[in-house]
Design a protein around this ligand. Structure first.
Ligand SMILES: *[C@@H]1O[C@H](CO)[C@@H](O)[C@H](O)[C@H]1NC(C)=O
Length: 435
């Protein structure tokens, strides 16, 4: 069932997985690549990747991802390919010294030769043992008062909506056909029950030797007959943005991305518009319109709907989530804790329980390649994740990875970055636009 360069490929979803897959197939000589997306505008404003930034870290407790991330980072750094999307601010990960996710990530980063700076609690300088080394930014010194951590200097963040735009251009220039405004209504099957195309809501049909489902948080609910929800659960994460004054931005400019995998709280340094974004890496919210349906994205507009151009899509968010962000700020960057939100939104992801992706043919339908379950950490792999999907499609993926990413796997025994956190169902009556 492996495909070949002459095969017709339809990819459902022009997001991180779909575009990267299209790009890598085109680079491998495929000529019949069609990418369909339900959004009339691309990048889709409500896609989680259409955002001002996402973390680019190789700090993973599973060394498979550390390696893949280091490969992605080498690609991000190529300005011919990605302009200035990637900012190597460094990522500060907190440690417990007790085998936490951060501790395991440090071991992996060091084993792979990443530039790491270990910072014991109370550190004031970039080389803690050398008081004449440059001082850490005061904001970072404050974070480390009674916590230890490490900075991975080979990491940072990426302007994700801009990166997706660039990848759309690359796919088009390689001959890929990207069609916005094409909501797929259902799969078309041959007499043996194998998918061989899709039918869109506008009645148009696209035939294919292989259909790649990469519809992000919409994947499980859009194709209920594939029974994806057990492994792929759509969850909403809330992010908040704060506009800094130029003086404030100066104080935060040299900060690394701050990531506390214990509490889940993380914050970016200011972007080019002096906006900082923070969030809590947690289990998130589900939304099930009926008791039997799969969780599916829902967006409630703020009453005074603001600019919805790229990177500024905003939604109403659960009040409790905003309060949690405030508490996180008060614990880490207290000087910002009382500033008003410049914006907030829900980012809808697709989570698997073990945070491993789902990449592989559907166990019951060899015409369907699944490329989903980003689990909130896929966007950093935009330059190379599609190569894995292409390997799976061509039957070239290592057997071990085929099992790791299979839809019907038993939950993989890997350390997760959100241990013990449970999803909660969105309470639509508790949703606010801001405080
Ligand atoms: C950067 O990307 C360009 C364009 O794809 C390529 O020609 C060049 O070899 C790359 N540079 C490095 C250092 O990989």
């Amino acid at each position: 069932m492996a495909i070949q360069p002459e095969s017709g490929i339809v990819i459902v979803g022009a997001g991180c997985f779909g575009l990267s897959t299209a790009y890598h197939l085109l680079r491998r000589g495929y000529t019949k690549i069609t990418v369909l997306d339900r959004s009339p505008v691309l990048p889709a404003p409500e896609a989680a990747s259409t955002d001002i930034n996402k973390i680019v870290r190789s700090c993973y407790a599973d060394i498979f991802y550390s390696k893949l991330a280091r490969d992605a980072i080498a690609k991000w750094k190529n300005a011919t390919e990605w302009a200035d999307c990637y900012r190597e601010s460094g990522v500060l990960v907190l440690l417990t010294g007790e085998g936490s996710y951060g501790d395991l990530a440090l071991v992996n980063d060091r084993a792979l030769g990443a530039r790491t700076v270990l910072l014991p609690a109370g550190s004031t300088n970039t080389v803690p043992s050398d008081p004449s080394s440059p001082a850490l930014p005061p904001v970072v010194q404050n974070l480390l008062q009674d916590k230890s951590g490490y900075i991975n200097e080979d990491s940072g963040w990426v302007h994700s909506s801009r990166a997706v735009e660039l990848l759309i251009d690359k796919v088009k220039s390689l001959g890929g056909n990207i069609l916005p405004g094409k909501a797929v209504a259902h799969l078309i099957k041959d007499p043996h029950g194998k998918t061989n195309g899709v039918k869109c809501a506008d009645e148009s049909e696209y035939k294919a030797d292989c259909v790649v489902l990469a519809a992000g948080a919409w994947t499980a609910s859009a194709f209920p007959e594939l029974d994806l929800e057990e492994t792929c659960v759509a969850t909403a994460q809330v992010v908040g943005k704060i506009q800094l004054t130029p003086e404030e931005a100066q104080a935060y400019r040299a900060n690394p991305v701050y990531l506390d995998l214990d509490s889940g709280f993380y914050m970016f340094p200011p972007n080019d518009q002096d906006v900082v974004k923070c969030a809590v890496h947690a289990a998130g919210f589900t939304y099930r319109p009926t008791s039997t349906s799969a969780s599916t994205p829902i967006f409630l507009k703020p009453p005074n709907e603001k600019d919805t151009s790229h990177g500024h899509f905003e939604t109403a968010v659960p009040k409790a989530a905003l309060q949690e962000l405030r508490a996180g700020l008060a614990n880490t960057f207290p000087a910002l804790a009382d500033k008003p939100w410049a914006g907030a939104r829900m980012c809808w992801y697709t989570d698997s329980a073990d945070e491993d992706w789902v990449i592989g043919f559907h166990p019951r339908d060899p015409g369907v390649m699944l490329a989903t379950a980003g689990s909130g950490h896929a966007l950093k792999f935009l330059p190379n994740i599609g190569s894995l999907v292409a390997d799976a499609m061509e039957g070239k993926m290592d057997a071990e990875l085929v099992r790791k990413f299979a839809l019907d796997r038993a939950k993989n025994d890997v350390p997760v970055s959100r241990p013990g956190k449970e999803q909660s169902e969105l309470d639509l009556s508790d949703i606010v636009s801001s405080e």
